[in-house]
Design a protein around this ligand. Sequence first.
Ligand code: ADP
Length: 267
Amino acid sequence: MDRYLVKPGKKIKLDEWDPNDKSLFDLEKDEAEDALIKLNNKLEKLQEMLYIEQKHSLLIILQGMDTSGKDGVIRHVFDGVNPQGVRVASFKVPTAEELAHDYLWRIHKQTPRKGEIVIFNRSQYEDVLVVRVHSLVPEDVWKKRYEQINAFEKTLAESGTTILKFYLHIDKDEQKDRLQARLDEPDKNWKFNPGDLEERKLWPEYQKAYEDVLSKTSTEAAPWYVIPANRKWYRNLLIGEILVETLKNLDMQLPEIDFNPKEIVIE
Ligand code: ADP
């Protein structure tokens, strides 16, 4: 899975990353569905251990262009996981109160407590993506944010939070097909937002902004993965595998007990 990891300090060009890649799993669609169910079960057990142990927390950051599948990942990869142990935080256009604070204020409030998994649907990275592309703050303000974000994430990591960041990589043709499907299929019409077409015109500006994010903010403490996301099944399996591997590596243990259960008699 390391082939999808952005090595810290490496300069990323997104057109060198294939959004159709499926080189890790050579599967048919139904085989992929079975494999995902197995991963869901593993994730469920690992999440339970995380909760029981109350030692670590897991923060998952999802970013990607419109229609890249952030909602789909949340729905499919976490299917079956106990909702008490997982929370989703979505970051929209900041409210007046949020804008009256520093940009990390609303983010920090949503980070996971010990034993918890939190998924960020969009994140602090919007403050160097949409904010940059639309010049919502001056350049000398957003330029400082890469280092600020790295320092913030390092602080979280050193306090026991494991951080995984996924960039869902689709290409412009795939986005066209997905937007068109939202027009063609009545049960998807509600997902269509005419504003997405304006954002689509800024595709090259967003890709450049993402390249800078990936190049400047993939760190030991909080690595980025570029997830080939044109194929939904591959995207889901790959993220599921990375989560399972990461949680396994935490080497979680059931707590020690100070009694012998065999000696206890319940009257
Ligand atoms: P989503 O597309 O995530 O399903 P919305 O359609 O409500 O949900 O989009 C949320 C919008 O909020 C996006 O256009 C995103 O760029 C914007 N947004 C998020 N964070 C910020 C921010 N810090 N500054 C400006 N806009 C932001």
